[in-house]
Design a protein around this ligand. Sequence first.
Ligand code: HEC
Ligand code: HEC
Ligand code: HEC
Ligand code: HEC
Ligand code: HEC
Length: 199
Amino acid sequence: MSVTHERAASEIPSGGRFRRGSRELWALCAALGLIAGLAAGWLGYPRLTSVVLTQPIRFSHSAHAKQDVACRTCHFEGPDGTFNGFPDIGVCASCHAEPTGGRSEDEKEADKLVVEYVRGKKAVPWLSLARQPDHVLFDHGPHLRFGCPACHPDMSHQDYPELRQNRVSGYRNWTMSMERCQTCHRQQSASVDCVSCHR
Ligand code: HEC
Ligand code: HEC
Ligand code: HEC
Ligand code: HEC
Ligand code: HEC
């Protein structure tokens, strides 16, 4: 009797171990499922809510920074104090007047610039990553003394940053939030009236 009892008792843990094992397996499956779901949502959600836009020319800031082309060669204030924003095609033409005829991806892109824009003196329709909605008033003029990195990421290390636009709001990767504008305006005692920034 006692022997059978002992045997039966010794079988319980092994049965328990089997059941515990399957429970662990379920828990593992559930955890993996949850992680997979979260990952799909994390990666998929921005793709559902935004579209990727492509620049007309694949332009590299870092390639030009390595060639010691200063920011001011391409981005400068005119004599009347207005900021040119996107560089004029004449600026590009001063270095990219003739096609290189090269075969690398970079050379082909530089040649596309010459053939499609420089020769016809056509403006390149650049897209702004920082674009604000039309109801916002923004002018670089009063802001230039703060320096570009006060509002933009460090461009000297940017290579073809991905340009995303939210399908609903129209906001892009680097659209500055109203809160950020207002925070600095308060600190600098500039206007925080609605009408100074909205038309
Ligand atoms: C001061 C001279 C200079 C000016 C101005 C200049 N570039 Fe360049 N650009 C270069 C040089 C030099 C290279 C080759 C860089 C290399 O081989 O890494 C280059 C390479 C390129 C390339 C191929 C590499 C890349 O960026 O993907 C493109 C495209 C290009 N330039 C576009 C432009 C555009 C657009 C403008 C005007 C907004 C412009 N460049 C103005 C000197 C200039
Ligand atoms: C050879 C010309 C050239 C030089 C030099 C250059 N840029 Fe640009 N920059 C461009 C062009 C072309 C664009 C538009 C395409 C793009 O965003 O890549 C641009 C776009 C920008 C933008 C707008 C990004 C947005 O929100 O769309 C900023 C900010 C900027 N440049 C800052 C700088 C700074 C800071 C430097 C110096 C480190 C610099 N750039 C040097 C040609 C140049
Ligand atoms: C106080 C913040 C601020 C500073 C400082 C600033 N920017 Fe901007 N920048 C913006 C905003 C906001 C936009 C978007 C404007 C819009 O869409 O109406 C913008 C847009 C741009 C664009 C896209 C073209 C355009 O004019 O909309 C370029 C290029 C640019 N900035 C370059 C520069 C450069 C180069 C500097 C430094 C010399 C600089 N910015 C300094 C806030 C700033
Ligand atoms: C880094 C600080 C800073 C940031 C960020 C900033 N501003 Fe300003 N802004 C100022 C200052 C300072 C003035 C006043 C300049 C002067 O009077 O010379 C000003 C002036 C202005 C003016 C002119 C107002 C008037 O009544 O003359 C407008 C419009 C404006 N900013 C809009 C914006 C918008 C829109 C944003 C965000 C996209 C923004 N600013 C972000 C500092 C900033
Ligand atoms: C210093 C500049 C500045 C001032 C002052 C300012 N705004 Fe804005 N506002 C912005 C910018 C930039 C945006 C776009 C970015 C964003 O939505 O955060 C915006 C966006 C908005 C939007 C649209 C939000 C959306 O989700 O589309 C509304 C509504 C608005 N502002 C109302 C106001 C009102 C009301 C006031 C006065 C109490 C005010 N703003 C003052 C800069 C400003």
